[in-house]
Design a protein around this ligand. Structure first.
Ligand code: ZN
Length: 82
């Protein structure tokens, strides 16, 4: 595992206000938007399950920021990279 910082974007749930951070790796913003739009059905960190697209369910800030790697979101990232 590398020590490099992750590139992340942040979203705020439109329903419960929970904040979600997603490691976008080296994806472009446009690619991330496509992935989020394609991902329908998700579990919010605020503990509710929604059937719509993640792109619509959160108010996203698409300005990437760097953060220390953590284990959360790893499964999500694996799916993102497929
Ligand atoms: Zn929520």
């Amino acid at each position: 595992m590398s020590e490099e910082k992750e590139r992340r974007i942040k979203g705020t749930c439109k329903i419960c206000g929970a904040e979600l951070q997603v490691n976008i790796g080296d994806l472009t913003v446009e690619e991330v938007k496509e992935k989020l739009a394609a991902r329908r059905g998700y579990e919010c960190p605020g503990f509710h399950v929604e059937l719509g697209a993640m792109l619509e369910g959160y108010d996203w800030d698409f300005t990437p920021f760097e953060a220390e790697p953590v284990m959360t979101d790893e499964q999500w990232v694996e799916k993102l990279r497929k």
